[in-house]
Design a protein around this ligand. Structure first.
Ligand code: SF4
Length: 461
């Protein structure tokens, strides 16, 4: 069963599916060679990128990510300042240090294949890696798929994915297994638990409460630091679109007075600014947390920062409750739909982030589990159909501002849900199912391919 904390991976920008996943895939291929004892035979490697990774890979940093991954780097630990320089070195030397262990031949221009007109049948974000010995004989070849949120699957795993990534087969391992909101709410109701308490009970099967708290606080702290850093960084974002960072300027305008005196309207604007700050960091290849993806990395930190700054007495317990509740809601989308824009459009990124944030804020503001479910449902209901059409394939326009809008929306929705006493006509499960169907019906041109929408109607300059 997924852990709610799996929804939050500490890594680098700008895209969980197009940067984090491909870097992990490149590293996993190198590690697989090493585990099989084949690393010593390898003298040459090649990488192939298909579908959405090929179409928008340049803007998403996919090519840099794959090469850094093959060279032994992991998104959580890589120094963001070395991403470009390592690739420059590989380009000039014609070799990379496979898995960080052994130099092998890799001609960046000839050994990195970008198949813009081919999709692997299993998923829109496909990769193939090949390793050869000194006679040119194939030593190992593997396919990987980046399915959103930084998660990767190999060919066997994606074929077996129908079992909800192992959720069903491992349900017996936790006291309160759930793959739907209905199951989650039934457990909470029957045992008088909040969602966060239920998550803690499930996590206790494999680790201590202190370990769960430490991981949740690490996630919250990285979110906090990326917010603070983004509020200070000026300049133009990389990628060639000439997008100027706005967060520092917006922040200065809004905090011209004591934070305690800031109006509720300006607090909402600050939440938007926090979210924008994080996504500007994401666009700049800085350290962020997928929440649940990189493209949507700002929404949840924006709402969490708003909560920390404008509510009295916020404790670590409250912050952990926020993170665990948000993660449990995110799990429902992983089980019932998708968080991959290449599968369901931006509903799966910003829509899910808004849903997670609205539900989590409702919980820490004292909402009961039905109000939490209602907030999560309302948030997704009004993101249904949201397309992914980033200009130039860069996670900048509309992505950065969209996180700000989603953060503000989540705050309003939480406050609305807290006023509601009765269940609505639409359940969270129904809206998750609808999101998945809507995504399936959506043209591929609106699913992280940069072939339609704003991507073709706005002139990049
Ligand atoms: S438009 Fe949405 S889904 Fe597409 S890259 Fe931007 S944030 Fe991600």
């Amino acid at each position: 069963m997924l852990s709610p904390l799996d929804m939050f991976a500490i890594g680098i920008g700008p895209s969980s599916s197009h940067t984090v996943g491909p870097m992990k895939a490149g590293l996993e291929f190198a590690l697989k060679l090493e585990r099989a004892g084949l690393l010593e035979q390898v003298v040459h490697v090649q990488a192939h990128l298909y579908g959405s990774l090929a179409l928008t890979g340049a803007g998403h940093g996919t090519f840099l990510a794959v090469v850094n991954g093959l060279a032994g780097q992991h998104p959580k630990t890589i120094d963001p300042d070395t991403i470009y320089s390592r690739v420059d070195e590989i380009k000039s030397s014609g070799q990379l240090k496979l898995g960080g262990k052994k130099f092998v031949r890799f001609d960046y221009d000839k050994d990195l294949f970008i198949h813009k007109d081919q999709f692997l049948p299993e998923h829109a974000n496909g990769m193939r890696f090949s390793a050869f010995d000194q006679n040119g004989k194939l030593v190992m070849e593997e396919e990987y798929f980046s399915i959103g949120g930084g998660f990767i699957l190999d060919k066997q795993q994606i074929v077996n994915r129908k079992d909800n990534e192992g959720a069903c087969s491992e349900r017996v391992n936790v006291p309160y297994p759930f793959t739907s909101a209905k199951e989650l709410l039934e457990h909470c109701g029957a045992h008088n638990l909040t969602i966060a308490e239920l998550v803690l009970a499930n996590e206790a099967v494999t680790r201590s409460r202190d370990e769960v708290y430490a991981e949740a606080m690490e996630i919250a702290n990285v979110m906090h630091y990326s917010t603070l850093r983004g509020l200070k960084q000026e300049g133009i974002l990389p990628g060639g679109l000439n997008v100027k960072r706005r967060a520092p300027h917006l922040y200065q305008k809004l905090i011209d007075k004591d934070l305690n005196l800031v109006s509720e309207q300006d607090r909402r604007l600050l939440a938007m600014t926090y979210a924008i700050a994080v996504n500007e960091e994401n666009a700049a290849f800085s350290r962020v947390v997928t929440a649940p993806t990189n493209g949507s990395a700002g929404t949840i930190p924006g709402v969490l920062e708003y909560y920390r700054n404008f509510y009295l007495g916020v404790s670590d317990d409250n912050i952990v409750e926020f993170i665990l509740t948000a993660g449990a809601i995110g799990n429902l989308y992983k089980y019932g739909a998708s968080i991959s824009a290449a599968e369901v459009g931006c509903q799966g990124e910003i829509g899910v982030a808004c849903s997670m944030a609205a539900g989590a804020l409702t919980a820490v503001l004292g909402g009961n589990v039905l109000q939490v479910e209602k907030a999560a449902e309302i948030a997704m209901e009004h993101c249904l159909g949201m397309t992914c059409d980033p200009i130039e394939g860069l996670v900048q326009i509309p992505c950065i501002e969209r996180n700000g809008v989603a953060a503000s929306k989540a705050i309003d929705i939480a406050k609305l849900a807290l006023l509601e006493d009765e269940a609505g006509k639409v359940s969270l499960d129904a809206v998750i199912h609808t999101m998945m169907e809507t995504g399936r019906d959506m043209s591929n041109r609106y699913k992280e391919t940069a072939l339609a929408g704003l991507a073709v109607n706005v002139v990049a300059c």
